[in-house]
Write a protein that binds this ligand. Structure first.
Ligand SMILES: [Zn+2]
Length: 256
């Protein structure tokens, strides 16, 4: 391949800088009538525990396609749609994400960051994973002694941070800067060796994490959260589900 031929197409992820962008215009990079690749998109591709966005895209010919799945393929973002006649390369399309669903994902994602900050303060970490759903979020703990009372205390701590309504900033810094900054030691240690630029989610004065997901602008937008249930997945593996709503109210999954 000549240098010109080896240039790969790149989709600009508009959600990385503006999580509140619901509609956008883009140009078609490639389309086979089902897998649609655009030069820019507000659709979040599944990753980092956050589900992919759903929504619709309208082509220059006026036809509309439902986006049911969004994935990353190298530097491109692929919108998987219901099959139609393909749209021509470079033609302009308009996309719109399902906002209510995405906003719930944003609130849950930020709630999990607050929870992980709370756990770090109480236990010096212990988190082994997390997942966001449309109606709840879960976090996994590698803490040996974890029970419902401890989980309730964590949720109280989360709600205190929600009530503080702290601003949340998205920042991009170099790997070197992350390694130089004492408060980012935890972030720097988790970076892949080939990462040059780091995207940070900074909950002001509380928690900073390297992250590619979408978040609300202030912790107050998360709203109150409640403990849905905890599950025992083994001696050192406990799972906590949280939902939206005042603490003590019945969960989506019923009483735990
Ligand atoms: Zn995250």
């Amino acid at each position: 391949l000549s240098p010109a031929d080896s240039s790969v197409a790149v989709t600009e992820g508009l959600y990385l800088r503006d999580a509140y962008l619901r509609e956008f215009e883009a140009r078609v990079l490639a389309d086979d009538g089902r897998e649609l690749r655009l030069d820019r998109t507000a659709f979040y591709p599944a990753g980092g525990g956050q589900p992919a966005d759903s929504g619709r895209v309208r082509g220059a010919d006026g036809s509309e396609r439902v986006v049911s799945e969004v994935t990353k393929s190298g530097a491109e973002i692929v919108h998987v749609t219901d099959p139609r006649d393909p749209w021509p390369p470079a033609s302009v399309v308009r996309g719109a994400i399902d906002w209510d669903r995405r906003f719930a994902h944003m609130r849950f994602h930020t709630a999990l960051h607050i929870l992980s900050g709370v756990v770090f303060r109480r236990y010096g970490s212990g988190i082994t994973g997390g997942q966001i759903y449309d109606d709840r979020a879960r976090m996994d703990f590698g803490l040996p002694d974890f029970d419902r009372a401890k989980a309730e205390r964590l949720i109280e701590d989360v709600n205190a941070v929600v009530a503080e309504d702290r601003p949340i900033h998205v920042r991009f810094i170099s790997r070197e800067e992350a390694q130089r900054t004492p408060s980012l030691v935890r972030v720097a240690a988790e970076l892949m060796p080939d990462v040059a630029e780091v995207r940070l989610i900074d909950i002001e004065g509380f928690d900073v994490q390297a992250d590619g997901g979408t978040h609300v602008r202030r912790t107050g937008e998360v709203g109150p959260v409640r403990l849905e249930k905890i599950e025992n997945k083994g001696a050192r593996n406990k799972r906590l589900y949280l939902g939206f709503g005042a603490p003590g109210t019945p969960g989506v999954g019923g009483p735990a």
